[in-house]
Design a protein around this ligand. Structure first.
Ligand code: ATP
Length: 462
């Protein structure tokens, strides 16, 4: 990836160790960065207020306020400003923990120059460059709705930001629920068309006969029921961005028409003889494999190459598990507010389950699980049991062997006696035990055959 955007970037270095400060300043100067050194968190915060950097590199251990507390403040006041923490051996666990709360990364002292510069380059790719480019592209607001800390997302977003600057068509691939629409909106917001409309349409959700007039509009009397002329979504997106979700579901006949819009930059409403000029940027998304659809003759090759000028692929949530705690906290904050509940977070074992679960429905499924937990929670922290229930994970109670055996034995006896309608002779035979032994077992659990005689199966003792 290019370092072009990083040249001249302003980096704030906070360390009370003069040697480290000097060393870092020297190395970063040599790479063309503008560096502001600071010796404490307070001095760093003051410098950020006066001359905002694009990246903060801070030691964790600082006199007075430490690097973690500095990060906590920046997380709320400047969420898009990446922070890299420097740790000595003893503070590695703190740094690791901080990454789950959104610290961009950490480096363990002593670090080598290559690792440091690689991490800095990575962080700068996703940080806004307020001084370099005009609004709204680079005030970081384009990323507002996207929560992440994984390197795979950081790299994808760096690419997204770059293509946003052009007018190229982008095909966004990724499984259902990975965030294709949020990414499309972000690209629109980071583009020169940000002030124009963003129009999204799900091609798979609209019945085929309606899709054409939804997209391109119709003239009065174009078909039965077309009592008046109506403009289409393509026209509505004029001057802005059209996002076609599930483009793989678009019928072949409409694919031809869409191709014409892209080639000739005009749209012809259904039933009209004249074409209207349109100026749109097209973003599309699919969870289907378009190459296979093409091979099967369901997708036009010429349209495919128009749509796929740049292709961005969203990773599955399971491929970026480090984003899970951050996403869960983000959703919880929003939902707790919506439900008016004073829930402050997840219990550590609940978070553990979220972070290790399988997520076939990706981010959307995580959002649904958090919503369900939030709706059912009556404690300040969401417990593991609620997460398990929402995930429909079978609950594995931590029982002793003796207790598990007792429960099994009692349930087994109850089921047998229900089956035999309270006949000990029959039940003992099935269990392959003699009657005396069987009676002893019943006694152990306070069960009597009479309890099962003449009762409906559903009313027998549980
Ligand atoms: N990185 C993210 N940060 C915050 N919210 C996200 C993120 N990714 C997805 N979401 C949220 O998850 C939900 C699903 O996202 P979205 O609709 O963009 O997925 P999609 O890939 O377009 O799904 P589909 O393929 O089913 O249309 C939305 O509510 C969206 O706001």
């Amino acid at each position: 990836m290019s370092r072009a955007g990083a040249v001249g970037a302003h980096v704030l270095i906070i360390d009370d160790d003069e040697d480290i400060r000097r060393l870092l300043t020297m190395r970063l100067h040599a790479r063309g960065f503008r560096v502001t050194p600071a010796t404490s968190a307070e001095e760093g915060l003051a410098s950020i207020a006066v001359d905002p950097p694009r990246l903060v590199v801070s030691d964790i251990r600082l006199p007075g306020r430490d690097g973690l507390s500095l990060f906590e403040e920046l997380r709320t006041t400047r969420p898009s400003l990446p922070v890299i923490l420097l740790t000595a051996h003893g503070t590695i666990p703190d740094a690791v923990e901080a990454t789950s709360r959104g610290v961009f990364g950490y480096l363990t002292k002593p670090f080598d120059s290559q690792t440091l510069l690689a991490k800095i380059d990575q962080a700068l790719l996703v940080s806004a460059a307020p001084e370099a480019q005009p609004q709204p592209t680079d005030d970081g607001r384009w990323l507002e709705d996207i929560v992440y800390r994984s390197t795979s997302m950081a790299e994808l977003l760096a690419d997204a930001r770059m293509v946003a600057a052009s007018d190229a068509s982008v095909l966004i691939r990724g499984e259902s629920g990975t965030g294709k629409e949020v990414l499309a909106r972000a690209i629109h917001r980071a583009s020169a068309r940000a002030q124009g409309p963003f129009v999204a349409i799900n091609c798979g959700a609209i019945p085929e006969p309606l899709l054409e007039s939804e997209l391109f509009g119709h003239v009065r009397g174009a078909f039965t029921g077309a009592a008046s002329a109506r403009s289409g979504l393509v026209q509505a997106a004029n001057g802005g961005t059209l996002f076609l979700d599930e483009i793989g579901d678009m019928p072949l006949a409409l694919q031809v028409k869409l191709l014409r819009v892209l080639q000739e930059r005009v749209v012809r409403p259904v039933g009209s003889t004249s074409a209207e000029p349109v100026d749109i940027r097209l973003l599309s998304a699919t969870h289907r494999n378009l190459e296979t659809a093409m091979a099967q003759g369901q997708f036009r090759e010429d349209l495919y190459y128009r749509l796929d000028v740049v292709s961005l692929t969203l990773p599955r949530l399971e491929e970026r598990r480090e984003d899970i705690p951050l996403l869960a906290a983000h959703f919880l904050r929003k939902l707790a507010e919506k439900y008016g509940k004073p829930i402050s977070g997840f219990a550590p074992d609940a978070l553990e389950i979220l972070a290790t679960a399988g997520w076939p429905g990706n981010v959307r499924q995580l959002l649904n699980v958090v919503e369900q937990c939030c709706a059912l929670c009556s404690t300040p922290l969401i417990p593991a049991s609620l997460v398990q229930r929402s995930l429909r994970v079978p609950v594995m109670e931590a029982l002793s062997y003796a207790e598990a055996k007792r429960r099994f034995e009692r349930d087994y006896l109850v089921r047998l006696l229900k089956l035999t309608d309270g006949s000990v002779a029959d039940a003992a035979r099935i269990a392959d035990r003699n009657r005396t032994e069987f009676y002893r077992l019943l006694q152990k659990y306070d069960l009597t055959p009479a309890m099962f005689r003449g009762v409906e199966a559903g009313n027998a003792p549980e």
